[in-house]
Write a protein that binds this ligand. Structure first.
Ligand code: NAD
Length: 308
């Protein structure tokens, strides 16, 4: 078993920020890194802020963490534990990855972006460091393709569910190349330190829970549009009426983020060319319109519901 004393989380969005918080609650220090924004908002420019300032460069990362706290006020059991999270960015602080035992990637659900980032990670991590992706469904072996032998041996999927603090399931997706020691280390750490229930998955599109879950959500979405149900009706029928008040379809999608849903649905559509139900993974126009309007769900304050 490999010791895991320090972790790096790449991406401080909905999942990355909450995973770092979850680790902190378990007493595990982490680095939380994200991209530097290309440009500042008009408001920030008016305040005289500049991207030359390292604090401003880390703004996006800190915002992710603040958003996680606001959305989930209980993200931290003990506020002091937040000190266990060190904020950084990919441009200035990627060398920090050489200090950690496990690197968890949680950036946008795009194969090209993940690959590009992992190429850089492969150059700075020390040999033997475990690396995992929190991808919702991109094949793990496809992400690892072309990376070093040592990387591929220490690479696997670790799929946390949202919100990671409360969702017990952790899907572990090894590839044919992942070493037994790495799989056992993450399973043991996941169970003992993070309190997760582990399910091992084959490296197939969307693994297990999301293969079923995304089909269900997309089916409901198309069914609603074709048959004229309202969002409230669907949420009542898929939530409280079934005895699962927290699994209402559209409330869940607002929590997930509509941009992430669209990436996941598009990826799945492309990954299952022979699936007779494939057309359900086509994203309806209304969702595209919501994206154009930045109605991404809780992360932007407006999705199917408006945050009040
Ligand atoms: P998010 O959109 O909230 O955050 C994505 C992060 O990626 C952002 O912080 C962004 O700055 C960063 N990013 C964007 N472009 C980048 C680039 N070119 N290079 C590097 N970083 C970039 O997304 P999320 O919901 O946190 O999802 C992260 C991962 O976790 C995805 O793979 C997603 O499929 C998966 N996931 C999401 C959920 C969920 O409910 N949202 C659940 C399980 C797994």
């Amino acid at each position: 078993m490999k010791p895991i004393k320090k972790v790096a989380v790449l991406g401080a969005g909905v999942m990355g920020a909450q995973i770092a918080a979850h680790l902190a609650n378990a007493g595990i220090p982490s680095y939380l890194l994200d991209i530097v924004p290309k440009e500042l908002t008009e408001d920030e420019k008016a305040k005289g802020l500049t991207l030359q300032n390292p604090d401003v460069r880390n703004r996006i990362v800190r915002e992710g963490l603040e958003r996680a706290k606001k959305l989930k006020p209980n993200a931290f059991f003990i506020p002091e534990l937040e000190k266990l999270i060190t904020i950084g960015n990919f441009e200035d602080n990627l060398n920090w990855l050489s200090e950690v035992d496990w690197i968890i990637e949680a950036v946008v659900e795009r194969l090209d972006v993940k690959r590009e980032l992992f190429k850089k990670v492969d150059m700075v991590r020390k040999p033997g460091t475990i690396v995992s992706s929190n991808t919702s469904g991109i094949r793990i072996s496809e992400i690892a393709d072309g990376l070093s032998d040592d990387f591929r041996k220490h690479f696997l999927g670790t799929h946390f569910f949202n919100p990671p603090r409360y969702m017990k399931l952790l899907e572990i997706i090894p590839t044919a190349e992942t070493s037994k020691e790495v799989i056992e280390t993450i399973a043991e750490f996941g169970e003992r330190v993070l309190g997760k229930g582990i399910v091992y998955c084959k490296d197939t599109p969307n693994f297990i829970a999301n293969r079923i879950g995304v089909f269900a959500v997309m089916y409901v979405l198309h069914y609603m549009l074709e048959n004229g149900f309202t969002i409230e009706e669907v949420d009542e029928l898929t939530g409280p009426v079934t005895g699962k008040p927290k699994s209402a379809t559209f409330r869940t999608l607002d929590l997930v983020g509509l941009d992430t849903l669209v990436h996941v649905a598009n990826n799945l559509y492309n990954a299952v060319p022979n699936d007779e139900m494939r057309d359900y993974f086509k994203v309806p126009d209304v969702i595209q319109k919501m994206l154009e309007n930045k109605w991404l769900g809780e992360k932007t304050g407006q999705g199917f519901y408006k945050r009040v």
